[in-house]
Unconditional design. Structure first.
Length: 226
């Protein structure tokens, strides 16, 4: 179920990347369109006929208890946010600094998002059948190996685009598998509390990633980031 939700998210992200090459960011129209789409999304939620599930009052979930119970999930969500925030903010900025055409930047980001889209359901099914810790380790190793390839291989479209798809696929599946693993470790009545904690942890990582990555890129260029 989480994989299906992530497919919808990444499909929308992919469509958004296609618009980068066509949108004129020097005027306010693209940003006004974004605001309008957010408003439409709110209207769709508020007018739905589906009833929200009844949520029983449960005890608070202390951070210390949660961290001791599912440390891999907490660390994984933090690193997922760190990696994703760095990738989606610094890689396009670096490409723009190198004089890469906007169309090429949009294509690179589109392929990475499509990689994330393609990985969701297969990885979700695998993680339902095997130990999620092994799945997380495999995703991490795959991402690290692909990042290393990005450093050593020549940066032509024929090599960069497949690597972008793999980077997007490995990176985008870390968070949902971590969340699923955390729910495996916690009681069923803590679903909302667990999800809320992990979103916060992931958000902190997303905030810290570009700040740390920018410092690294200033000293070691994009190779240091990878």
């Amino acid at each position: 179920m989480f994989s299906i939700y992530m497919v919808g998210t990444f499909l929308a992200l992919a469509l958004g990347q296609l618009l980068i090459a066509r949108a004129d960011i020097r005027v306010s129209a693209p940003f006004n369109t974004i605001v309008t789409l957010f408003a439409v999304a709110l209207v769709m939620v508020t007018t739905t006929r589906a009833e929200a599930p009844q949520v029983a009052n449960v005890a608070a979930l202390p951070c210390a208890v949660f961290t001791r119970t599912a440390p891999i999930a907490v660390a994984g969500c933090a690193l997922s946010g760190l990696i994703g925030g760095t990738f989606y903010s610094l890689v396009p900025a670096w490409m723009q600094q190198q004089g890469t055409p906007r169309e090429t930047i949009a294509l690179f980001m589109l392929v990475s998002v499509l990689g994330g889209l393609a990985f969701q359901i297969p990885v979700g099914r695998v993680s339902d059948r095997f130990d999620r810790r092994i799945v997380l380790a495999s995703l991490s190793i795959g991402f690290a190996a692909t990042a290393f390839v990005m450093v050593v291989l020549p940066r032509s479209l024929s090599t960069v685009l497949p690597a972008a798809a793999l980077l997007g696929g490995f990176m985008s599946t870390l968070y949902p598998v971590c969340v699923a693993y955390a729910h495996d470790r916690m009681p069923a009545d803590r679903v909302l509390a667990v999800s809320g904690r992990l979103i916060l942890v992931n958000g902190i990582g997303s905030f810290a990633g570009p700040l740390m990555g920018a410092s690294v890129m200033e000293r070691f260029a994009i190779d240091g980031v990878f």
